[in-house]
Design a protein around this ligand. Structure first.
Ligand SMILES: Cc1cc2nc3c(=O)[nH]c(=O)nc-3n(C[C@H](O)[C@H](O)[C@H](O)COP(=O)(O)OP(=O)(O)OC[C@H]3O[C@@H](n4cnc5c(N)ncnc54)[C@H](O)[C@@H]3O)c2cc1C
Length: 447
């Protein structure tokens, strides 16, 4: 088994950095626990005792409204409320907006089959205010995308299922909440917080995985540059970098971004390559800033905030990293990450580093009341890193799967379909790896 990685390190979007006493996640900083695949992999790698729950004291977030941070109503689940009283009392919505939101209970389900954008789905069920003032920034934050283009079926199918099966999302969520309460009372409830990370940072997962690979199998700084099919049914993989060479392989499992995979299959299967390269990808930048705690006047009593597009600010969201998880900042200091760019403000990702830092400092300064100079500054850029599951993504996935069937021995994983979150990527990669192994065993091939 050989693993070729174009970059000088493993991990892609997962990268932990230690600097000046801070532990900074350059990209992804935690993963969801309502699906088992992230937790299971950590346990199998012997990292179970390093799973770090988030700070239960401050398990809520804020949304910006008219330049100020307001608590997201307790129990609001990405696009629907699970409790009424926090909706009644929040200053985020107008009285009409609140009424329209809870009216969702009576909105009949859509009879039409087919895909729909997240924006259209939420506006139809909860009204414009719920969408613009809360759901757009929450979903926009997850996908760094524009919910007016994202497919509800490809990104949040469970909400579409709720509408189909229960007629209303509020009704479905209430039923679910009652079930969870009874599970908790019977002691069979969730053991973990909704999100977890690893005590020494998310890179521990990559290090543990790399430690399980056969000695000499990992080749860093070695991009795969060409794939060719052999007449015997195998593959020839050409790699660049210092170790440039061509190697015969029984099977190839591709795991780069869809756009990079597309260029590798362009000569082999042009329609397949076109489908892959047609998946749009959004870019974003993260500016991590450390401050003396007494230089930040906001109480930082939450995990961070999201910013609606209608606020016309130059920041997508802010994450209070050292509040979310212990051990992220030295004593007396705090670590905040500002997310900039995404599909709705792509021009900002092209800014030079000093302008990005100035922008992040200005936005965070206004929203959190920060005075004084930062004690740490780190800029991370993610160019075209986040695939956008636009309306119609489902058909694209079917075409990708059909294309792969025509290239036996070639497998493809990554975040282009099946979910962008870490646990979903793990799950899909495990399934694809099993498929590859069983195909090789069936063919009587080696590895
Ligand atoms: C900024 C950001 C924050 C995120 N935060 C979270 C979070 O908190 N929680 C969560 O669950 N998810 C998060 N996500 C999503 C999740 O982290 C990603 O979807 C997932 O990690 C992507 O993994 P991947 O292996 O598909 O792609 P990548 O991480 O992009 O890895 C692709 C790898 O392929 C390599 N490569 C590319 N071309 C070649 C080639 N020709 N030859 C060899 N190697 C090549 C690249 O160098 C790279 O290492 C975040 C995503 C981003 C961009």
């Amino acid at each position: 088994m050989l693993l070729f990685e174009a970059a000088p390190r493993l991990g892609g979007v997962l990268e932990t950095v230690r600097q000046d006493g801070f532990l900074i996640e350059r990209g992804a900083d935690n993963f969801i626990t309502n699906v088992p695949w992230g937790i299971d992999l950590c346990r199998r790698l012997g990292l179970g005792d390093q799973l770090l729950q988030n700070n239960h004291q401050h398990r809520h977030a804020f949304v910006v409204r008219r330049g100020r941070l307001h608590r997201i109503p307790e129990g609001f689940m990405i696009m629907a409320p699970s409790r009424i009283w926090p909706i009644v009392t929040t200053p985020i919505f107008s009285p009409w907006g609140k009424l329209r939101m809870v009216w969702e209970y009576f909105v009949p389900p859509c009879k039409e089959e087919g895909d729909e954008s997240l924006a259209s789905f939420v506006r139809r069920r909860f009204g414009r205010e719920t969408y613009e003032r809360l759901v757009q920034p929450l979903i926009g934050g997850i996908y760094t995308g524009d919910p007016a283009k994202l497919s509800v079926r490809a990104t949040m199918p469970r909400f579409q299922d709720m509408e189909r099966n229960h007629g209303s999302l509020i009704r479905a969520i209430w039923k679910q909440a009652a079930k969870q309460r009874s599970q908790l009372q019977s002691g069979s409830g969730a053991r973990y917080s909704m999100f977890v990370t690893l005590r020494d940072g998310i890179s521990s997962l990559i290090d543990a995985l790399a430690g399980r690979l056969p000695r000499g199998s990992v080749h860093l700084g070695t991009p795969v540059t060409r794939l060719a099919r052999d007449p015997s049914g195998g593959w020839t993989v050409s790699v660049g970098g210092a170790e440039a060479q061509s190697l015969p392989c029984d099977a190839v499992l591709l795991a780069p971004k869809a756009t990079a995979a597309a260029s590798l299959v362009a000569d082999l299967h042009p329609p397949f390559a076109r489908t892959l390269s047609a998946i749009p990808h959004a870019s974003c930048c993260i500016v991590s800033l450390g401050y003396r705690r007494d230089h930040v006047s906001h109480a930082l009593d939450g995990f961070g905030f999201v910013v609606p597009h209608t606020e016309h600010r130059r920041i997508l969201s802010g994450s209070f990293s050292s509040v979310k998880y212990a051990g992220r900042a030295p004593e007396g200091q705090t670590l905040v990450r500002a997310f900039i760019g995404g599909e709705m403000q792509p021009e900002l990702t092209a800014l030079p580093e000093d302008e990005l830092i100035a922008l992040a400092r200005d936005e965070l300064g206004q929203l959190l009341g920060i005075s004084g100079e930062p004690t740490l500054v780190l800029v991370s850029r993610y160019e075209r890193a986040m695939p956008q599951y636009y309306v119609g993504h489902g058909e694209r996935v079917e075409q990708i799967e059909a294309g792969l069937k025509e290239l036996p021995g070639l497998f493809f994983t990554g975040n282009a379909f099946g979910g962008v979150g870490i646990p979903m990527c793990i799950h899909k990669s495990e399934l694809v790896a099993e498929q590859a192994i069983s195909q090789l065993r069936g063919d009587g091939g080696g590895s």
